[in-house]
Design a protein around this ligand. Structure first.
Ligand code: GDG
Length: 513
C-alpha cells in the first residue's frame, strides 16, 4: 500500500517510538501535536510501536505490521513488541540507560548487556519492516533516543534517502556520555544520519565534544562534523508550540476551585519523572511558606503530575516521596479552610489546561534537566495579555535558552526558588506585561510549524551535500592529541561559526540569543 504518495512531493516518513491516530494527537499534547500537524499538511507515513505487547513466540515483521490510512494523505504503520523486547528495548536500554544518562543521572543507569542487545534487535526489526515501505522520494525523520540505530540499519539495507534525527532530550556532557559502555556504537549509529537536530546550543556543543572524545570526530571546514567516513550536520532546532491554539482557546468550564476566593494559584504540570525536580519544588514552596508567613492562606500550589513509566524501577519511589512531602507541608502549614498543596496524581484533560494555566498567577517549572519543557511555553501562551502571570523556570530546562524573560532559577537551590515565588507574586503589572510581551515574541517566532519546516529543509540540503562528489575529509584544525584533552578550543567556543546557529529562526528570536 502506498500511503500518501503524490507526484512531485516526497512523503515525510516520521518514525518515533509511539505513534498515534492523527485525530487524537492534539489531545496528547507535546510533540505529537507537531507531528500530526506536519502529516496533515504533507503526505506522509508515521511509523512506530503500536503500544501493544504480545507473547514472545513467533512474531513476524511483515504479518504483524499494521497499516492504516488516516486523515488527509497520510497513514500510520505500527508494530507490536514482544514481552522480551518491551523489557530490554523500552524499559531497559531506552528508559533505564539512555533516559537517566542523558538527564545526568548516571546513578540511576542500569547497564545490562541484554538491554543493549534488545535495543539493537528492535531497531533492526523496525528497519526491516520500514525498508519495505520506503519510496525513492521519501524524506525520513527519526525521533528520539529509542531509535538512534535506525539510520545505520536502513543504510546497511541500501536506503539512500535523506535521514534526519531529532533528539527531544538533552545531550549530557561528554564525560557522562562516555560512561555508557556502548558509547562508540552509539556514536557510529548517530554518524549515519545526514542531520542531527537538538534542542539547545549547549546540546550541540556537548554532542560535538562527545564525537571528538568517543571516536575522534572533528569539525570540517564546511561546518559539518566528520566521523569515520561520514559527514553530518548537527544544529539546534528548539521545539515550539502552536501558540495560537492556547491564545485563542475559549474557556471550557469554571475551575472547581478558581482563584476567586483570593488565593493566588501557582501551577506545575509535569509528568511524574525524577528529571522534573518535583521534590525540590515542593520543598521550595514549603520554605516560601515558612520564610514569608504573610502569604499563608493567600497562595496554593496546584501540581498536576500524571504517572509515567510505572514499570521502570527508578520511578517507583517518586510517587511515595511526593505524597509524603505534600502531606508533611500540608500538615505543617494547612488550616481547616486552606490546603497549601493540591497534588493531583492524574492527567488533566487537554482542553482544561489553558484555563488552569490562565488562572494561575505563577507557572512553576523547575526540572533538574529537561530537553525543552513545552509546558512553560504553553503557560505563557495561555496568559491574559492585560494581566499575565509569571513563569518561574529552571535554568536547566532547554527553554531557558529562549525564555530569558522568565524568572530563571537554579532548581537545586530551594532558597532561591522560594524567593522567586515572592518576587513573582509582588511583580508590578507593568513589568509582567513587558516580560510577557517579549516571551510571546519568542514563542510565536519559533512555533511548531517553524520547527518542523526548518528541520526538514535543512535535512534536504544536508542530504544534497552528502550526494555531491566526496572530497577527502579536511578537518578545520588538526585533531587534538588525545593525551591533552584541554589543548584545543572547546566545542562550545567554536559554535557561533559551526553549528550554534538556530536554523529557521525569525528575527524576533535574536533578542534572546
Ligand atoms: C519530552 C522532553 C521536550 C503534561 N501533563 C498533562 C499534559 N501534558 C502535556 C503538556 C505538554 C506535554 O505533555 C509535555 O511536554 P514537556 O516538554 O513539558 O515534557 P516531556 O513530556 O518530558 O517531553 C521535553 C519534549 O519532549 C518535546 O521535545 O520539551 O524536554 O522531556 O504538551 O501539555 N497534557 C494533558 N494532561 C496532563 O496532565 N492533557
Amino acid at each position: 500500500m502506498r500511503v500518501g504518495a503524490e507526484a512531485g512531493l516526497g512523503r515525510i516518513v516520521v518514525i518515533s517510538n509511539r505513534v498515534m491516530d492523527l485525530r487524537k494527537a492534539a489531545q496528547a499534547g507535546g510533540v505529537a501535536v507537531a507531528i500530526a500537524d506536519l502529516l496533515r499538511t504533507r503526505p506522509g507515513l508515521w511509523f512506530g510501536w503500536s503500544g501493544k505487547v504480545v507473547g514472545n513466540s513467533d512474531i513476524s515483521d511483515q504479518a504483524d505490521l499494521r497499516i492504516q490510512k488516516t486523515a488527509g494523505r497520510s497513514g500510520l504503520a505500527t508494530l507490536p513488541l514482544t514481552e522480551e523486547e518491551h523489557r530490554d528495548y523500552y524499559l531497559g536500554y531506552s528508559n533505564s540507560v539512555l533516559w537517566p544518562v542523558f538527564h545526568n543521572r548516571l546513578d540511576l543507569a542500569q547497564f545490562e548487556a541484554d538491554f543493549y542487545a534488545g535495543y539493537i534487535r528492535v531497531n533492526q526489526r523496525f528497519a526491516r519492516a520500514l525498508h519495505a515501505l520506503i519510496q525513492p522520494d521519501d524524506i525520513i525523520w527519526v525521533h528520539d533516543y529509542h531509535l538512534i540505530p535506525l539510520a545505520a540499519e536502513l543504510r546497511q539495507a541500501g536506503v539512500t534517502n535523506p535521514i534526519g534525527f531529532y533528539l527531544h532530550i538533552p545531550v549530557p556532557p561528554s564525560q557522562t556520555f562516555l560512561a555508557i559502555p556502548e558509547h562508540r556504537e552509539l556514536a557510529r549509529a548517530l554518524a549515519a544520519y545526514d542531520l542531527i537536530g537538538l534542542q539547545t546550543r549547549a546540546d550541540v556543543a556537548n554532542l560535538i565534544q562527545f564525537f571528538e572524545d568517543s571516536v575522534s570526530g572533528r569539525i570540517l571546514q564546511d561546518g559539518r562534523v566528520g566521523v569515520f567516513d561520514h559527514r553530518l550536520r548537527i544544529e539546534r532546532f528548539p521545539v515550539g508550540i502552536d501558540a495560537d491554539a492556547f491564545v485563542k482557546a475559549s474557556p471550557v468550564a469554571p475551575l472547581v476551585q478558581s482563584n476567586d476566593d483570593g488565593a493566588q494559584r501557582i501551577v506545575g504540570v509535569d509528568r511524574l519523572d525524577y528529571s522534573k525536580g518535583l521534590p525540590q519544588k515542593f520543598r521550595a514552596f514549603g520554605r516560601f511558606l515558612e520564610k514569608y508567613p504573610q502569604y499563608r492562606r493567600n497562595v496554593v500550589l496546584s501540581q498536576i503530575a500524571p504517572p509515567t513509566r510505572e514499570s521502570v524501577e527508578a520511578y517507583t519511589d517518586i510517587r511515595q516521596a511526593l505524597e509524603a512531602l505534600s502531606g508533611k507541608i500540608n500538615g505543617m502549614f494547612g488550616e481547616l479552610d486552606w490546603v497549601p498543596i493540591h497534588y493531583i496524581y492524574r492527567s488533566a484533560p487537554r482542553d482544561r489546561l489553558r484555563d488552569i494555566y490562565r488562572s494561575s498567577r505563577i507557572g512553576f517549572f523547575t526540572p533538574l534537566r529537561d530537553g525543552m519543557n513545552l509546558v512553560s511555553k504553553e503557560y505563557v501562551a495561555s496568559q491574559d495579555p492585560r494581566n499575565p502571570g509569571v513563569p518561574i523556570l529552571s535554568r536547566f530546562a532547554g527553554a531557558a535558552e529562549q525564555l530569558v524573560d522568565a524568572l530563571i532559577v537554579n532548581p537545586y537551590n530551594v532558597e532561591e526558588m522560594a524567593d522567586a515565588i515572592k518576587t513573582a507574586l509582588e511583580m508590578e503589572k507593568s513589568e509582567r506585561i513587558e516580560r510577557y510581551t517579549r516571551l510571546m515574541e519568542v514563542i510565536r517566532g519559533y512555533d511548531t510549524a517553524t520547527w518542523s519546516r526548518s528541520f526538514l529543509s535543512r535535512l534536504e540540503s544536508a542530504a544534497e551535500e552528502r550526494a555531491r562528489v566526496v572530497e577527502p575529509l579536511t578537518p578545520m584544525a588538526s585533531p587534538r592529541p588525545k593525551s591533552t584533552p584541554t589543548a584545543a578550543p572547546s566545542a562550545s567556543s567554536r559554535l557561533n561559526k559551526f553549528g550554534g546557529k538556530m536554523s529557521g529562526a525569525t528575527g524576533s528570536l535574536s533578542r534572546s540569543e
